[in-house]
Design a protein around this ligand. Sequence first.
Ligand code: ZN
Length: 451
Amino acid sequence: MSTLHFASALLPSGWADDVQVVVTDRTITKVTAGVMPGSQDERHKLAIPGIASLHSHAFQRGMAGLAETRGNSADTFWTWRETMYRFALDMTPEDVEAVATLLYVEMLEQGYTRVGEFHYLHHDHDGAPYANPAEMATRIARGAEISGIGLTLLPSFYAHSSFGGTAPHAGQRRFICSIDQFTKLTDATRSAVRALPGANVGIAPHSLRAVTPDELAAIAPLAEAGPVHIHAAEQIREVEECIAWSGRRPVQWLLEHAPVDRRWCLIHATHMTETETAALARSGAVAGLCPVTEASLGDGIFPAREFLDAGGRFGIGTDSNVLVGVTDELRQLEYGQRLKHRERNVLSGGPGLSTGRALFEAALTGGAQALARPTVGLQADARADIVTLDTAHPSLSGRRGDAVLDCWIFAGAGAVDTVWAGGAKVVEHGRHRLRESARETFNAAVRRLVS
Ligand SMILES: [Zn+2]
């Protein structure tokens, strides 16, 4: 057992002063506000909960920034994807472990304490399954174990190159599973994370491009009590091809044909009509927004104002991991809306309300729902995922309450100080305890891949 004391902390009920948090066995067991620090308490100034990156493809961290030279023709998501495929085809299990470990170290340094890993790089270079079908998933789990981040592992089912069951192409061979292979892979993935504290498993049918309706129905039971994540409506071309195939748009098709509810998370859902936006909000599913990647890939802007007005829930993900930061995602989400609507503080929820607080709390609870974590935040029974901010950071000086979140998100890059993940103190003074070794291993792997 350990006890922490914070001069100020963001609890589920709001900001409180003089907060003592008792941590027993990776879990918060008691939170008391308005108490003076005890002699055994470790004292800090300002605490907020750690939150989830609900959508990550870890291996893509290795190619961050490598697709920023314009090609000969129109440079789009689809040309970026060719670079990503080439990179994926070269990686060994050791490379994946090295890249995932550094990525998760970086996430923790930024205040992410859990990751939803949407994992589709399954097989050996020639497309044949490894002897352990979950070899790559095991490497992801190892990265989570080394770094200390909480893991929700979402093995992805990927079978086709486009709508209507089109055969996959050679560049996709390391992703492709039959239903039988995927069943074995999911079982082996559960075994791979069994010993990892707080880890859970869901499934991720990749997209309606990659999965037929029959396959979607066949794999659904494999989620058991875990979440179901699917990419949907990220690109206009995808929407057009979905209409050509089914007469329906991707989100519309899913809402009409799949049991989309609170267990589901639709990643991106960028291109929706007003009707789809309201219906997705009503379904209770989480919209998994990845604003930095969506901007990087030129996807478009999610209808966030309309979705929140309709009662929709969202969480944030780092997706391609081109840039890793809680504040970067939340700021990009709000700035996209400002540019679209030509207004300020679009997502605050109303007059007098803080945009930073609204964004942070929505992403905290939406991320927890999407990763099937029932209790989150600084309260009893939640995993002890706690972040302190450096109150001496120039952008936070003199700030209190919601102004801290506003200033951190919109002006406070680099203000994360200490991070506990599952009760273990992994980041101090903004540095993960394994930052150097994780960088060395990552750099050695990526130098070879890039050359
Ligand atoms: Zn994705």
